[in-house]
Design a protein around this ligand. Structure first.
Ligand SMILES: C[S@@+](CC[C@H](N)C(=O)[O-])C[C@H]1O[C@@H](n2cnc3c(N)ncnc32)[C@H](O)[C@@H]1O
Length: 268
């Protein structure tokens, strides 16, 4: 039988171009599996499916989380800031995206633990995120009002994304926005959750119900020259805001029934 010369085939298979391509395919599948594993771990806690981010357990769908993840990968910023989270869905998804960038990005997470004691113990908080494979989240058990008085706040700059998901009054969302406006990177974005409709929330207890009025701030931002907004009305909705306001005049006008003292400042 005639002998076949395989050397051209073996030369092709071991050529740098083919090696690179199969390496990148390997990386893609590995990363894909890591993402599946992350979502499995995230959704093993049913609480991570709450709070209106359009998540779906049955098909491993992060819902708005895909947008958060994509923005983290796209802006590739040194840091993202998340104000408020029930069980850490948003800080975790941003942290995962910055971790996958492999550029040392971190999440600054601000939450005073007003719903319950979930964010009170710093060791448990660290473990909570470590169980999701994340070590790039720094939690500050503060309100935004408290956080802006800290050295950690003063040291902040170059923020790619700020997620505003704390106390959902228009006044508090404005305070959150103004607090971080000057600390943003040139390419950056604010996200406002629960931004599409006014509604009553009892998340702090039936006796502490309050009105979500973030949509009133969104109306003002839409009318402010220099800003661009886009609202994704899925789950409780999120509004993406880019640009720099030419003026803060409209944004800073008092809201109807403005009562800043309504912003809760103590635990129940
Ligand atoms: C539960 S999450 C998401 C909001 C929820 N969708 C709702 O119905 O209000 C709100 C989080 O914001 C935090 N929070 C409340 N007031 C805050 C403030 N002034 N600054 C930062 N975080 C705050 C709370 O501790 C809570 O964990």
């Amino acid at each position: 039988m005639e002998e076949v010369d395989f050397s051209p085939v073996s030369m092709y298979l071991t050529s740098p171009a083919v090696r690179d391509r199969s390496q990148s395919r390997y990386c893609f599948f590995t990363k894909n599996n890591q993402m599946k594993d992350f979502i499995n771990r995230l959704f093993s806690d049913p609480e991570m499916l709450r709070m209106g981010h359009a998540q779906q357990l049955e098909n491993h769908n992060l819902g708005l989380g895909w947008i958060y993840y994509a923005l983290g990968r796209l802006f590739r910023s040194e840091r993202a800031v998340v104000i408020g989270s029930y069980r850490g869905f948003v800080p975790a998804v941003f942290a995962k995206s910055l971790q996958d960038n492999n550029e040392g990005g971190e999440v600054v997470f601000i939450d005073p633990s007003y719903v319950d004691n979930f964010w009170e113990d710093s060791d448990k908080v660290r473990q909570h995120f470590a169980d999701l494979g994340l070590s790039n989240i720094s939690h500050y058990r503060n309100t935004t009002q408290e956080f802006v008085k800290t050295g950690a706040y003063r040291a902040l700059s170059n923020i790619g994304v700020v997620m505003v998901d704390g106390y959902h009054s228009a006044e508090q969302a404005r305070f959150d926005y103004l607090s971080f406006m000057e600390k943003m990177a040139e390419e950056s974005m604010f996200l406002f959750h629960d931004s599409v409709q006014q509604r009553t929330s009892t998340v702090y207890g039936d006796d502490r119900s309050y009105e979500h009025t973030v949509c009133q701030l969104m109306d003002r931002m839409q009318e402010t020259p220099g800003l661009e907004t886009i609202t994704l009305p899925f789950g409780s909705g999120v509004t993406l805001v880019t640009g720099r306001p030419d003026t803060l005049e409209y944004i800073n006008k008092p809201f109807e029934n403005e009562a800043p003292e309504q912003v809760i400042s103590t635990t129940a």
